[in-house]
Design a protein around this ligand. Sequence first.
Ligand SMILES: *[C@@H]1O[C@H](CO)[C@@H](O)[C@H](O)[C@H]1NC(C)=O
Ligand SMILES: *[C@@H]1O[C@H](CO)[C@@H](O)[C@H](O)[C@H]1NC(C)=O
Ligand SMILES: *[C@@H]1O[C@H](CO)[C@@H](O)[C@H](O)[C@H]1NC(C)=O
Ligand SMILES: *[C@@H]1O[C@H](CO)[C@@H](O)[C@H](O)[C@H]1NC(C)=O
Ligand SMILES: *[C@@H]1O[C@H](CO)[C@@H](O)[C@H](O)[C@H]1NC(C)=O
Ligand SMILES: *[C@@H]1O[C@H](CO)[C@@H](O)[C@H](O)[C@H]1NC(C)=O
Length: 461
Amino acid sequence: MLSSFIYIITVSFLASALAATTTPIATSLRVKTTSGLIGGHLAPNRTSVAEFLGIKYAAAPIGELRFEPPNRFAAPPGTFYEASEWPPVSKFPNFTEPSGLRVWKNFAAQNDNPLIRGLSSSQHLDQEPGHLGQEAGPGFTIPGPHSPFFNGQYLADAEDVVVVTVNYRLGIFGFSGAPGLMQNVALLDQRSAVEWVRDNIEGFGGDPSRITIFGQSAGGASVDYYSFAWTKDPIVAGLIPQSGTSLSFLPNTKEYAESLWYNVTQTLGCGGPSDDPKEILSCIRTADVTTILAAAAKVPALPTQALAQATFHPTIDNATVFADYEARAAAGRFARIPLLVGNNDFEAGWYKLSAWAARINLTEAQWDLYDERAFTCPSAYTAGYRVRHGVPTWRYRYFGDWDNLRLYNGSRGAGPPGQWRVPRVRDRDGLRDGSGRVRFGEQLRGRRHVTVHDGGLGRVC
Ligand SMILES: *[C@@H]1O[C@H](CO)[C@@H](O)[C@H](O)[C@H]1NC(C)=O
Ligand SMILES: *[C@@H]1O[C@H](CO)[C@@H](O)[C@H](O)[C@H]1NC(C)=O
Ligand SMILES: *[C@@H]1O[C@H](CO)[C@@H](O)[C@H](O)[C@H]1NC(C)=O
Ligand SMILES: *[C@@H]1O[C@H](CO)[C@@H](O)[C@H](O)[C@H]1NC(C)=O
Ligand SMILES: *[C@@H]1O[C@H](CO)[C@@H](O)[C@H](O)[C@H]1NC(C)=O
Ligand SMILES: *[C@@H]1O[C@H](CO)[C@@H](O)[C@H](O)[C@H]1NC(C)=O
């Protein structure tokens, strides 16, 4: 059964604010939105915070809407939605090796229903909050808003922000490559979510003029892509791409994306390049999700030296995704919005897992080069071009290393653990139980540990 809800939202309030009202919590946590009247509840681990889960912001992308741009959802008058839980999600895939998968299991709860997407947010009522939207990565394939790692309650509790986490269509459902259709509808889902935040966040105590979007890996690239795609009406006032920018990953060409699409439509018996595209579409739109996913999973990834390239992912369309980000950045063709960008010192620690699984054996020097090309230099260049065009810019590089965040142990070959892909900004209880880590998290959030560079184009990376 497909969820009719495609986005999910969590909003949080401070206890002090709740204490100040005589209205019982159950009736005070009601917010009028374009998605109807939404009922919230106190967040389970931060009872000073309330959350709203499962708010629909676009029509379910099923039937004729499958592979199409999102349709903003407008609730019929009188709609009440009790935003009490996430839609049903599937169990995480069965990984057994290596030992660090304990961390990975916490990192992203798997959801095999690509039609479910999410948002979460939180706020302090006694101060004037901005708010943060997080576009979950990584790889444009791993969903996350319902994962503990992306749960907004901790950041909401610690900072004066409303935290919104966004889910969007993944894999073939978000990046079909279908000829004749809009490409990259996943990125349009993200835009639609930002518009929802603009239109509704005030009801949650947020300030629509101070929206900052942030994301990690594919989410980081999404944030940067956004700044190139929406130069005219960016809506947002801040950008935080983490461990991924428009310069990190290679988008698909239109032709390659089409070949992937046809591979799936042929597997499904819906036709190929010589058939009527309309008939192919109506055929695949009646196929069930599991069948489509199974066909998409059979499409082989492009071989690369270090890791498998995602198949159904951003495709150059010259509207949402471009072929020439570096030239565009050099020419200042991005929304001139303050930017905080950075990456971890040893991103490769994570990719070594997939290399290990694919029996790829790189030297340490090759892994260093990989870190440099995919992350450290893209961060430096992305920062540098903004600086060159007078945009307020901050850059960090994260060197933290904590026992309980290690993916695996060993010499440099396997670590230094902790400096892998997940920035520590999103603390969650189970991962911040050591005083050092808690202090570091506070300092990081207080920005005392964020190193500010002047961009240093061609020098820092
Ligand atoms: C997980 O995979 C292991 C190794 O392949 C297997 O022995 C085990 O039965 C699997 N567990 C589940 C729940 O599928
Ligand atoms: C709440 O805390 C418990 C105990 O630490 C933990 O198991 C659970 O995952 C947390 N829930 C969320 C959503 O973070
Ligand atoms: C899909 O691509 C793979 C690899 O190129 C190929 O083996 C397979 O036959 C293709 N399937 C179809 C239906 O074209
Ligand atoms: C995008 O623009 C480039 C340069 O103008 C052009 O070569 C390319 O064909 C365009 N691609 C698409 C998919 O429109
Ligand atoms: C990987 O390469 C290293 C260094 O070249 C070598 O010592 C090691 O045996 C190789 N491992 C495998 C599994 O091939
Ligand atoms: C790494 O080694 C430390 C110290 O021996 C141990 O406490 C920790 O559990 C190990 N971590 C992993 C992921 O194996």
